[in-house]
Design a protein around this ligand. Structure first.
Ligand code: KMH
Ligand code: ZN
Length: 312
């Protein structure tokens, strides 16, 4: 596909993997999610990938009432594209998971492209029993070794068909090469229209590992399957975040950072905020000779419907 001139930075602000004990910087109140999202946009993120959390204890939430308090604040304070997660729970049904996207009709939302093991249970070993800040955290993390992240073809079809009237661009989350073939099948039956936006994901336990060879393999496969009909971005989970983002930007791709994907700013050092990660990767991208896309440029590259057509 043609090399893109500007690099879109997505910031995934809080997610549903990490828990409050793991970092004081992880936002979970409405105020903190709003503030960190706005600061990430000011630092150079043109897309904000957002999950909600219970503001009392930080547990992941797909309840629209936990999105409603921060979405208008973000919209008023930034021009960034809002992208809502539809993968915010490893146990709830696809209909529950897409309820926030259905309610708020954002410009973008995630679309997970296959069922898989999805685990972060090794993180539980880093904490002693009395370290955990909230009751739910230890079991949530330790028991993720029994998670099946369910995204069957029927789930994907239901999500795509339910959301079709909203004209939302999907961030197709592909955690392994087979997910690209799932996506191709879904495109061929007319569920998604070009240009599609693929997030290549590396380093989730249950998905493909964070090696550069794998990035090249995923990219080549996508080139073969989708030709000019796709745009792409890379998310390295954990320690691979900054290095894979750097490589992806040099290869002409877009990149995703944020505390959803890694809590660190460098090896062994927790990030102070989402904005700190965005500033770091922006500096790297620019030092290496690329330019960062503005929200308007991201809208053009991804053919988005526009910030005036959302319902918040
Ligand atoms: N947590 C990421 C590895 C979603 O929100 O739908 C993938 C993700 C999924 O962002
Ligand atoms: Zn997410």
């Amino acid at each position: 596909m043609a090399r893109q001139k500007k690099t879109i930075i997505t910031c995934a602000v809080t997610g549903a993997i990490h828990t409050p004990t793991m970092s004081n910087a992880l936002p979970y109140t409405y105020d903190d999610i709003a503030q960190q999202a706005v600061e990430a946009a000011e630092a150079g993120a043109s897309i904000l990938h957002l999950h909600a959390r219970n503001p009392e204890n930080g547990s992941p939430s797909v309840d629209p009432s936990d999105f409603a308090p921060f979405l208008p604040r973000i919209k008023q304070a930034t021009d960034a594209v809002v992208n809502l997660s539809t993968g915010g729970s490893l146990t709830l049904s696809i209909q529950d998971r897409i309820t926030p996207a259905k309610t708020f009709s954002p410009e973008m939302c995630s679309m997970n492209m296959g069922s898989m093991n999805f685990s972060f249970h090794p993180l539980a070993n880093r904490y002693r029993d009395d370290d955990w800040k909230f009751d739910w955290e230890k079991d949530y993390v330790a028991n993720s070794d029994q998670n099946i992240f369910r995204n069957t073809f029927r789930d994907i079809r239901e999500a795509a068909e339910t959301l079709a009237p909203h004209d939302i661009k999907f961030e197709h989350e592909c955690y392994d090469v087979g997910h690209l073939y799932n996506l191709k099948f879904c495109m061929d039956i007319g569920l998604f229209k070009a240009p599609i936006f693929i997030q290549f994901i590396f380093g989730i336990l249950g998905g493909i590992g964070p090696e550069v060879d794998n990035l090249i393999f995923m990219k080549r496969t996508a080139d073969r399957l989708f030709g000019d009909d796709y745009r792409w971005s890379v998310l390295g989970a954990g320690g691979a975040q900054m290095s894979l983002a750097t490589t992806a930007s040099q290869m002409g791709g877009n990149i995703r950072v944020g505390l959803e994907d890694s809590l660190f700013i460098s090896r062994g050092n927790l990030a102070e905020s989402n904005a700190q990660q965005v500033s770091k990767i922006r500096r790297i991208v620019e030092d290496l000779g690329n330019q960062v896309a503005s929200p308007e440029e991201a809208r053009e590259i991804l053919d988005l419907k526009g910030g005036d057509r959302v319902a918040f």
